[in-house]
Design a protein around this ligand. Structure first.
Ligand code: CCH
Length: 286
């Protein structure tokens, strides 16, 4: 058991569990990044609802959103860490796990602060449908991400997380990975978006995605319709082009925008102490 507030010890334990030879591409990293993103990406700036505070995905209302299918794997990977550090909130653990996973997979370091609560305010539950639908286009992306308070540049930078992991037909209906090495964080996703020929393919389940088949290596890579939309919209495309040629700039921008993502809806005083939590009711227990 670690001391209250010893986030370094938690980080170490998260880093240790990433290696999962039996799971997907051998790493829990990508699905942990997706857990952090989906825990935060329900935020609505106008009503100040959703966001990572509360870790609402533990409960059916949010956990049962079809958009969150498969994320129980990420939560199960983290249970031993929660058991070893029972003082940490799930809301902090999930966001920190995403940050640590990105760093451990070769990505940028990302500013992160603790203090989220596990108290779920029933009057502030995010409705289903707040997370993006991969079958849609650029209008949808703007609708979803502007609601959280992001701009076009930030939408494209965030999308670079699709360097990691894969789609599973039993979770989202889509199938396959975006890049050849999906456990190494890089700007390869942007480079492949621009350099490969992407052809629409209808899967057996009727879902449409884009694919590129390389005859030499006999590997098929994929893109979601929303990924392809980033190359078809003029404003989005200029950022895709920048991040494809400037990996440093992508890492810098990704670090900032992921840090912003996991802070959505969290208010802090000048010392970084979270002010909009109710620790009496929920703080350090679930
Ligand atoms: Fe994503 N994502 N994502 N995504 N995503 C999927 C998988 C991952 C969309 C749809 C999907 C972000 C943005 C979007 C990850 C990180 C981020 C899947 C497959 C779909 C569908 C799920 C499955 O079948 O398992 C759409 C649409 C958007 C719109 O912008 C953002 C932002 C992030 C993080 C910053 C990661 C990582 C994965 C891989 C998960 C895994 O299990 O390997």
């Amino acid at each position: 058991m670690s001391m209250n507030g010893d986030f370094k010890a938690v980080r170490k334990d998260i880093a240790k569990l990433l290696h999962q030879p039996e799971y997907d591409d051998g790493s829990a990293g990508p699905v942990l990044v997706r857990l952090a993103w989906h825990s935060a990406g329900t935020y609505d700036a106008e009503t100040d609802t959703g966001g990572s505070n509360g870790a609402g995905m533990r409960y059916e209302h949010e956990g049962g959103d079809p958009a969150n299918a498969g994320l129980q794997h990420a939560r199960v990977f983290l249970e031993p860490v929660k058991a070893a550090h029972p003082w940490i909130t799930y809301a902090d653990l999930w966001t920190l796990a995403g940050v640590v996973a990105i760093e451990e997979m070769g990505g940028p370091s990302i500013p992160w602060q603790g203090g989220r609560t596990d108290y779920v305010d029933d009057s502030k539950l995010p409705p289903h449908g707040r997370l993006p639908d991969g079958a849609k286009g650029s209008d949808h992306l703007r609708w979803i991400f502007y609601r959280m308070g992001f701009n076009d540049q930030e939408i494209v930078a965030l999308s670079g997380a699709h360097n990691l992991g894969r789609c599973h037909s039993d979770r989202s209906g889509f199938e396959g990975a975006w890049v050849n090495n999906p456990t190494r964080f890089s700007n390869q996703y942007f480079r492949l978006l621009l350099s490969l020929q992407w052809k629409e393919k209808t899967l057996k389940n009727g879902v449409k995605q884009f694919v590129n088949y390389d005859e030499d290596t006999e590997t098929e890579l994929m893109m979601l319709p929303t990924d392809i939309a980033l190359t078809q919209d003029k404003e989005f495309r200029s950022w895709v082009e920048l991040y494809a040629r400037d990996k440093e700039r992508f890492f810098e921008d990704f670090s900032k925008v992921f840090a912003k993502l996991v802070e959505l809806g969290i208010q802090r005083d000048e010392n970084g102490v979270v002010t909009n939590t109710d620790n009496e009711r929920g703080g350090y227990h679930s």
